[in-house]
Design a protein around this ligand. Structure first.
Ligand code: ADP
Ligand code: MG
Length: 265
């Protein structure tokens, strides 16, 4: 389709808010709709890689190789069981990469340079999604430097907004210093439990604060979604009909609509 991919990093320095689940299932949903998608796993934990069925022994190339410059993005990418979805998996090597590149002038620009070199050369992908570690570390900064936008999963819990201002400040800082194109793609509320009154209050509260930045789609808490990774499958392949899968498909349509508007403007 397009010549330049839309690059979206999925970030929140809090752990367990649904970043990886969103990365896997939004990527799968976009691919199911017919987009060509690359997911870059930038978390040393490698949960996105495992969740997409990439066995640890099969990770002969990884995001570590991309950050260190040993491999191009294309060279590091692997096919997944999802047609149209490739992944650059992560390995534990990534844990040490911060120290390795800390002293280099381009330490924040490693991923940006790799992605730009690749995106300029071949229009292989419509979307590149990046799954971040639960920290505002050098890896997350690399993802923000490389991306067009940041998608923030917020868990529907009492402290949902806590830490968000720090995240938004970081986005603003990257925007002002290294990546003037960086914008907020949107905020997606995750693990919503309609039986819990508090969840509704949290959603209202987040909408009151962040308004139209918040996606209409709310991802429900759904046991099928949490079971799927142990089968090495995205929820959408594991159980297409479950409420979580349906919500991620709806989120993908929202993202695509957003993208069409941007391109038309
Ligand atoms: P993060 O990447 O932000 O640390 P994860 O995506 O790994 O968060 O999610 C944290 C945990 O919550 C995981 O065990 C995951 O399976 C579970 N989880 C995420 N989203 C949902 C959901 N919509 N319904 C049920 N469980 C979920
Ligand atoms: Mg994660």
């Amino acid at each position: 389709m397009s010549s330049t991919p839309r690059i979206i990093t999925i970030a929140n320095q809090k752990g367990g808010v649904g970043k990886t689940t969103t990365a896997i299932n939004l990527a799968t949903a976009l691919a199911a709709i017919g987009e060509h998608v690359l997911l870059i796993d930038l978390d040393p934990q490698g949960n996105a890689s495992t969740g997409l069925g990439i066995d640890k022994r099969d990770r002969s190339s990884s995001s570590y190789d991309v950050i260190t410059g040993a491999l191009s993005l294309e060279e590091a990418a692997m096919a997944t069981a999802v047609p149209g979805l490739s992944i650059v998996p992560s390995t534990l090597d990534l844990l040490g990469v911060e120290m390795e590149i800390a002293g280099t002038a381009d330490r924040v620009l490693r991923l940006r340079n790799a992605v730009r070199a690749s995106a300029a050369r071949v229009g292989l992908y419509d979307y590149i999604l990046i799954d971040c570690p639960p920290s505002l570390n050098l890896l997350t900064l690399n993802s923000m430097a490389a991306a067009d936008s940041v998608l923030v999963p917020l868990q529907c819990e009492f402290f949902a907004l806590e830490g968000l201002s720090q995240l938004l400040e970081t986005v603003e800082e990257v925007h002002q210093t290294i990546n003037p194109d960086l914008a907020i793609q949107g905020i997606v509320m995750t693990m919503y439990d309609g039986r819990n009154n508090l969840a509704n209050q949290v959603v209202d509260d987040v909408r009151a604060h962040l308004g139209d930045k918040v996606y209409n789609t709310i991802i429900p808490r759904n046991v099928r979604v949490s079971e799927a990774p142990s089968y090495g499958k995205p929820a959408i392949l594991y159980d297409l009909k479950c409420s979580g899968s349906q919500a991620y498909l709806q989120l993908a349509s929202e993202v695509i609509r957003q993208e069409r508007k941007l391109r038309a403007a």
